[in-house]
Design a protein around this ligand. Structure first.
Ligand code: XMP
Length: 328
């Protein structure tokens, strides 16, 4: 029967056989799937693997640190972090439409990741002792395999940059060590591999990050504000022991809305923060979580006291459908 140590042993043997002496690239998102997939590959082929982490500036508080420090310390992987905050914020300047934001973030992400992959391919070419970079790790889970009809294969990375002497297209063969696993099994494997609990136990977080949790234009100041509010909400939910009960709790900044408040001896005109705690099995449908009033009160007090320019906290009591989990 199922046992995470056996899965690790089996996958390590498979990966070794597939990869041989070639080099491998893995993208890390900060989430559990990419982290466990890369850790399995590292267990199998060590420093033939390089991980790439794109910091798009839309991450939550401490997420970069969790990857750069905790994850690296627990696995020993070689990590390249790409600092792309400015690039993403420039590309998002003046944009409020949710679909447009998603497109821009997706496009910039691929560009950034490709550039990092290209650099690694070139670096390996220049090094006589290094194998060719031939593989890309993907954290595909069993439900994704079933949903997409079971195909597996290669990923084509098309070059947008005109760097002399580079192939126009880089084609990588995929390494997908999680293809037979469900999410809870991935977590068990991650724990067995000794990965940090903040990563292994992380609740779902969307790829476009905080960029789709600011209703309105995404700016550095607004991100900072939302990051502070989100951190408080997460701290209090964890302290109240509610992490198991909720599927996730998006915290949303209504950046284009202001309302009147009073604080100290002055009138304020600040932004509302929305709490969106949901319970769900698979995110296809969801119900709003009936959080204890005491927890809600604590979160509300702390956010309005500690986060400048926020003078109101509201609770989203909409199921999915009709509301989606995210606001954008
Ligand atoms: P919605 O808002 O559609 O969200 O009810 C369902 C689940 O998907 C997550 N989500 C995303 N995850 N990239 C992701 O990796 C995305 O673009 C994205 N959009 C939504 C959301 O957090 C929820 O868990």
């Amino acid at each position: 029967d199922w046992n995470s140590a056996n899965v690790i042993e089996e996958q390590v043997a498979r990966i070794k056989e597939q990869v041989g002496s070639a080099r491998v690239i893995a993208g890390l998102s900060g989430g559990v799937d990419s982290a466990v997939a890369a850790a399995l590959v590292h267990r199998a082929v060590g420093d033939q693997l390089t991980c790439v982490f794109v910091d798009h500036g839309l991450l939550r508080a401490d997420e970069r640190k969790q990857v750069e420090e905790d994850y690296v310390a627990s696995t020993g992987v070689r990590l390249v972090t790409v600092d792309a905050e400015e690039q993403f914020l420039d590309a998002l300047a003046g944009v409020s439409d949710p679909e447009q934001k998603r497109k821009i973030i997706g496009r910039e992400f691929i560009r950034t990741f490709e550039a990092a992959a290209e650099a690694l391919v070139l670096e390996a070419k220049a090094d006589d002792d290094a194998g060719e970079v031939k593989f890309l790790v993907q954290g595909t889970l069993y439900p994704d395999v079933v949903e997409s009809g079971g195909g597996s294969g290669t990923a084509n990375i098309k070059s947008h940059h005109n760097v002399g002497g580079l192939p126009e297209d880089m084609t990588f063969e995929l390494v997908e060590p999680l293809r037979t696993l469900f999410k809870d099994e991935v977590r068990a494997v991650g724990r067995e591999l000794g990965l940090p609990e903040v990563i292994v136990g992380r609740q779902p977080f969307p790829g476009p990050g905080l960029g789709i949790r600011i209703v309105g234009e995404v700016t550095k100041d607004r991100l900072e504000l939302l990051r502070a509010a989100d951190k408080i909400a997460r701290e209090e939910l964890t302290a109240a022991g509610l992490d198991e009960e909720i599927w996730q709790c998006p915290v949303v900044l209504l950046a284009d809305v202001r309302s009147v408040g009073v604080q100290g001896d002055g009138r304020t005109y600040g932004h509302p923060i929305v709490l969106r705690p949901v319970s769900s099995e698979d995110a296809m449908t969801a119900d709003w979580t009936r959080l204890p009033y005491d927890t809600l009160a604590k979160i509300s007090n702390r956010i309005t006291n500690e986060v400048p320019d926020v003078n109101r906290v509201v609770l989203d009591v909409t199921s999915k459908p009709p509301g989606t989990i995210e606001w954008e």
